[in-house]
Design a binder for this molecule. Sequence first.
Ligand SMILES: [Ca+2]
Ligand SMILES: [Ca+2]
Length: 315
Amino acid sequence: MIEYISKQKGYALIMTIWIMVFLTITALNFTLSNRFSIAMVRNFKEQAEGYYIAMAGYHTVLNYLKSDKDPAVDFVDEKGRFHIDSDTEPLPEKVKVAGGEFTVKIIDEEGKININYVNERILREVFKNMGFEADRIDEMIDSLKDWIDFDDLHRLKGAEDDFYEEYGYTAKNGRIDVIEELKLVNGFGEDFFRKAGEEAGMVRSVFTTFGTGNININTASPQVLKLLGLNEIDVENIMQQRTETIGGYRAIPAQYTNKGLKKTWSAYFTIEIEGRKRGSNISYNIRSVIKRVKAPKGFRIETLYWREYVSYGSS
Ligand SMILES: [Ca+2]
Ligand SMILES: [Ca+2]
């Protein structure tokens, strides 16, 4: 009997322990999931705040571009800052706003070589300066032209549908939309992207698909100027015009128009914005390409490309 009671007590004890363990696990789970939801809500809140800060940054850039007092000239100064005229201060790279900050990048697409519209003579020079041999250049140029033109007729070293069939696609027969598309075109292999710069991303800083094909002499980078075939002295001369006091070329010396440098102002820009709530490790990013069009009163803006995304990492 005594033995029986103590056995029963033993069972009760074990049951009690099990119930306690069960309750502890449940409570712990509840706390953990609660913590997760709190973190999620906080992330969501910081993301939303980042979004509003990024949008504020984006509109700051649009207003800056629209406030241009000198439609005939836009230039990039020796520090790489984009100026709409020689009076207005360029936008700082980082702007503090209530509750956070945004970073601004204005990239002039018309300071680059337009792969759709550049003329063959200039393109040949560019590819030569990238280090390609004449045979390869013929292949690249003929294939690029075949890729863009509407017919299926091969140029001498070009490529049309029958060539691409083997890879499971056809020639586009239309203009290049994004520069990475060149990877699909015969003659433009990985080495093309390597030769344009240390990394593939550099291709985007040299070539563009936006604009009319004429390059702004006041915004083209030294790398672009060299690819166009300008020597060190020419590059130096051009860079010396880009001070706040001189404010870039207003008229282009004849020897440079021959290289495709035919504009002194720009209309197509990539805008990159990163908005961040103060102390947050979440940033909201906007990447957009816009066209700035002269209107009866100042300018209006057309959006050509828009992408927004969230990135994680400390500021
Ligand atoms: Ca201007
Ligand atoms: Ca074609």
